[in-house]
Design a protein around this ligand. Structure first.
Ligand SMILES: Nc1ncnc2c1ncn2[C@@H]1O[C@H](COP(=O)(O)OP(=O)(O)O)[C@@H](O)[C@H]1O
Ligand SMILES: [Mg+2]
Length: 258
């Protein structure tokens, strides 16, 4: 069964960055194949991975619901959705990417969404790891295709407001009854983390109800890449954030033992 890692946190905390870098680390450790799911319409995980995303799942749902006449004769709706979803997967070198986008249609395209859920479950099965870059409201995990995660990683900054936001997201995940095996907190862009980032005690962290995975330092090279519109695949292996994430990653995955 594939191991699902879901990233959550308010906008700008570093979810997309961490999702892309985790995918890269899994690939580098031969833990693949990896599917990276961009479930935040305001972000671009494909770009961070150096891939070009053509179609989104949202636009496929809209198309099938609004124009059933486009389904080729002799093909069932279910089979058509399956075919379209498969062709929306951007294939990369060890990391594939799928963008959920947003469905623009009015109300609920319940039938298409139900078909989609089954198709996505089948698709996910082909991957050893699935990394989902979620939006703050956990829309994807609550309503869309997957209602489970082996690891939920909430990303926050070290401020009191940031930690409160992380607590709310952890609470939301509990309220939505998403099946989560383990919930973690990562503090991102924390310069104090340099030299001792795993164990630094933050008393306020306990109130989030999340287990502290550790923190990641501010890394100038990451910001530079995002400013220049580059991809995180270009980040040097020796970059501080890579070293820190490698240590944190070891706590959540065990691919070499599977
Ligand atoms: N550890 C870090 N060091 C430096 N810049 C970072 C770090 N993490 C994220 N960033 C930058 O912060 C911005 C927001 O990160 P992003 O991953 O897009 O957040 P989110 O997906 O949560 O909205 C981006 O410009 C990104 O390059
Ligand atoms: Mg993002």
């Amino acid at each position: 069964m594939s191991y699902i890692i879901a990233l959550a946190g308010k906008g700008g905390t570093g979810k997309t960055t961490i999702a892309a870098l985790l995918a890269r680390l899994l690939k580098e450790n031969n833990c693949g194949p990896v599917l990276a799911v961009d479930a935040d319409p305001n972000s671009n995980l494909a770009e961070a991975l150096g891939l070009t995303q053509a179609t989104t799942i949202g636009s496929i749902v809209d198309e099938v619901a609004a124009h059933p006449e486009n389904i080729p004769a002799g093909m069932t709706k279910d089979r058509f959705v399956e075919y379209r979803v498969q062709s929306a997967v951007t294939e990369g070198d060890g990391i594939d990417c799928l963008s959920m986008g947003r469905s623009e249609g009015p109300g609920c395209y319940c039938y298409v969404n139900n078909v989609l859920r089954g198709v996505m479950e089948d698709l996910i099965r082909d991957y050893r790891y699935v990394i989902i870059d979620n939006e703050a409201g956990l829309e994807h995990l609550s309503r869309r295709t997957t209602r489970r995660a082996d690891a939920l990683i909430v990303v926050a900054d070290a401020t009191s407001a940031g930690l409160k936001a992380a607590s709310r997201i952890a609470e939301l995940a509990r309220e939505l009854k998403i099946d989560i095996k383990k919930s973690w907190l990562i503090i991102n862009r924390e310069d104090l983390c340099r030299g001792g980032f795993q164990t630094r005690p933050y008393s306020k962290i306990q109130v989030t109800g999340l287990d502290f995975l550790g923190c990641l330092p501010y890394d100038e090279a990451v910001e530079k890449i995002s400013r220049n519109g580059g991809t995180l695949m270009e980040l040097l292996d020796s970059a501080p954030v890579m070293g820190a994430l490698r240590q944190l990653g070891e706590k959540i995955w065990f691919c070499s033992q599977q």
